[in-house]
Design a protein around this ligand. Structure first.
Ligand code: ADP
Length: 648
């Protein structure tokens, strides 16, 4: 896999995975918070409705309790007492009518107070007021006074009446004829009854009953806020009256109002697969998801009647979609943010990966080029510090390798040269000896011939002299060859370099004058070396003569001597001549290689010098000067090297 792809993948992984995890965690957590918040708000909403019901019902109870103790009711107590004894009070009619008038006015003020009745101790209606109007008493029974309604023959109801707490506001179910709805259906709410007693009586002497209409509850329900479009449902739980148990009192989804007559057919126990009833039994308030999976139900149980076990279940049904809608927007926003962030991080990862990988790719390319022998200096790339350090380190390594290679090449060529010199030396020594004897004989015979020639034979003598000259020349060459091949080990002495150089300059001064060349020397006057002074002088003379011969008239030849950074003695001879063509520079140390005309050079000077310098453990190098001419540099150890000591 490419480095760039690798970096890209890792950077992407390092950003995308945590980002996705954060988004998922945050959305999950905030969804939880949101749902908790919704639950709390809806529960609070239900509690608010319950509180409103309670306030309303308490208010009604207070009003009815006040009514029962009002002077209007007090003034009918003697009438009720007379009824109790089977008589008619003298003011029976006036007093009951007065009470009815008062109750009618109350009804007009308090709209939700339904039909109000004054019952005698047997439950017969002495007075009845409905919609502010008194129903005139027109039913005559056995008693000497009329009733506003037919006599009630309902011992059960009578029993219920007798069990009521005197002086308190009680709730009860009245017979259908005494309800607002008659036989048309069940009442939504229980009616109110207050047993009336005088100061002297312990048992009730009559009852004041009020029909509840439920209109006010409808009003409360109408005004109560609907959070998340919740639809309200109210049902009665009545453990004592089975046909009312679970009866639905109010249901917004089907438009059933609280105040209308009820049919027990629609029952709470059938709703939500019975889950609501189950939930109410286990906790008085709470919430659950409906089996359809699309609705969530919140509920609260409320006991509206102080003396009854009857309770109302007030529930609101909310579509899940309405609950999750605001959160879905948040989630969509977060997902969009995540997508944008991931997109941006992918782009940046791509750019970053390219930026990091580019210098490495460049470096790889350059290394490959280097391996193929195309060395160029590595251009500094705009990259990290480590990469730049790598480039510098690579350049350093390449330089070191190149230097090592050059040194190795040089050492190899010197080795080759030495081997060549050694084998040529051996051959030359053999040839030298073989030629030397015939030359010797030629010269001896020439002397004998010269002696035997008549004094006037000038021509023959001239030829004989030429013969002797040529023989001498051949002899000099042979001596040079023998000298070259002799390989005499140096005889070391402490030698003052400046003196040695000056003596050498003296010896070649005539040749320099002839050529019109001037010597310039620059050297350390205290420089001392342990060497064979004769051999070193031979080298210096060779080099100086070569320099003089290569120079033109007016040129100068410099000779410098000093100590280099490795504490070795360095002697340089530098001329201003034509220098050496690069293609022959490697051949100059070869024996008998010469560019000089026949008779002028033997081609042995440099090879002999090389042999001497190597015997001293030194090196000799030739290099063309930038401004023309040649510089020959000799580097020698200041002391002879003991075996095993490095030569460099
Ligand atoms: P010779 O001087 O007898 O030719 P050397 O071995 O001394 O033999 O020199 C070999 C060759 O090196 C010379 O023929 C000449 O071409 C070349 N050479 C030596 N020294 C110099 C120099 N200073 N400038 C130019 N060429 C030189």
């Amino acid at each position: 896999m490419h480095l760039r792809t690798n970096i890209f993948l890792w950077v992407s992984l390092a950003t995308v995975v945590p980002l996705m995890a954060i988004v998922l965690l945050v959305t999950g957590y905030s969804e939880q918070l949101h749902r908790k918040d919704v639950d709390e708000r809806l529960q609070a909403n239900l509690s608010f409705a319950v509180a409103e019901f309670d306030r309303r019902l308490s208010f009604e109870r207070e009003v009815i309790a006040a009514l029962a103790q009002s002077p209007s009711v007090d003034q009918v107590l003697p009438v009720l007492r007379a009824v109790l004894t089977g008589h008619q009070h003298a003011e029976h009619q006036q007093r009951t009518r007065y009470l009815a008038g008062f109750l009618g006015e109350v009804q007009l003020i308090l709209k939700d107070v339904g039909t109000v009745r004054l019952l005698d101790y047997r439950g017969n209606t002495l007075a009845k007021v409905r919609d502010g109007e008194e129903t005139p008493p027109s039913f005559m029974g056995l008693d000497p006074y009329p009733y506003a309604e037919e006599e009630l023959d309902d011992p059960e109801f009578l029993y219920v009446l007798q069990t009521l707490n005197p002086g308190e506001v009680n709730y009860l179910l009245q017979p259908p004829s005494h309800t607002e709805y008659g036989d048309s259906g069940h009442v939504p709410m229980l009616d109110v009854a207050v047993p009336l007693t005088g100061e002297s009586e312990l048992l009730p002497i009559g009852y004041l009953t009020v029909n509840a209409t439920g209109v006010q509850i409808d009003r409360i329900l109408e005004l109560s806020p609907r959070l998340y479009d919740g639809r309200l449902l109210i049902a009665e739980l009545n453990p004592e009256v089975p046909e009312r148990d679970g009866m639905i009192l109010y249901d917004e989804t089907v438009g059933r109002l609280f105040s209308t007559a009820k049919t027990p057919a629609d029952n709470l126990h059938g709703q939500f697969g019975g889950r609501l009833t189950e939930a109410v039994r286990s906790a008085p308030y709470g919430a659950f998801d409906a089996p359809d999976g699309r609705t969530r139900v919140y509920y609260a149980e409320y006991y509206p009647y102080p003396n009854q076990l009857v309770s109302w279940v007030i529930a609101t049904r909310v579509d899940m979609a309405a609950i999750t809608a605001p959160f879905n927007r948040i989630r969509a926003g977060m997902l969009l943010f995540a997508v944008v962030a991931i997109g941006a991080s992918l782009v940046l990862a791509q750019v970053g990966a390219r930026r990091i990988a580019r210098p490495i790719t460049q470096l790889t390319r350059q290394l490959r080029d280097y391996a193929r022998g195309r060395r160029r200096r590595l251009a500094p790339v705009r990259s990290t510090q480590e990469i730049n350090e790598l480039l510098v380190a690579f350049d350093y390594m390449a330089d070191t390798l190149e230097r090592a290679r050059e040194e190795r090449d040089q050492a190899e060529s010197m080795l080759l040269q030495s081997a060549k010199l050694a084998s040529i030396g051996e051959m030359a020594a053999g040839i030298g000896h073989e030629i030397n004897n015939p030359l010797h004989n030629i010269l001896t015979l020439a002397k004998l011939i010269d002696r035997s020639l008549p004094p006037d034979d000038r021509a023959t003598r001239e030829d004989l002299r030429a013969l002797v000259d040529e023989a001498h020349r051949a002899s000099r060459i042979v001596r040079g060859i023998l000298n070259f091949s002799r390989q005499v080990p140096p005889h070391y002495e402490r030698t003052h370099v400046q003196s040695l150089v000056e003596q050498s300059l003296q010896l070649v001064s005539q040749a320099a004058r002839d050529q019109g060349v001037e010597f310039v020397s620059e050297m350390d006057p205290d420089l001392v070396i342990e060497c064979d002074p004769h051999q070193l002088q031979q080298v210096l003379i060779n080099l100086l003569l070569n320099a003089v011969q290569a120079s033109g008239a007016g040129d100068e030849v410099r000779i410098e001597a000093g100590v280099d950074e490795e504490q070795k003695v360095r002697i340089c001879v530098c001329d201003q001549g034509a220098g050496v063509a690069p293609e022959i520079i490697d051949k100059l140390f070869d024996p008998f290689f010469t560019t000089k005309p026949v008779g002028k050079g033997s081609g042995l000077g440099l090879s002999v010098s090389l042999g001497i310098i190597e015997h001293h453990g030194g090196t000799i190098k030739l290099a063309n000067n930038e401004r023309g001419g040649l510089t020959v540099s000799i580097v020698l150890p200041p002391r002879p090297q003991t075996p095993g000591e490095s030569s460099d």
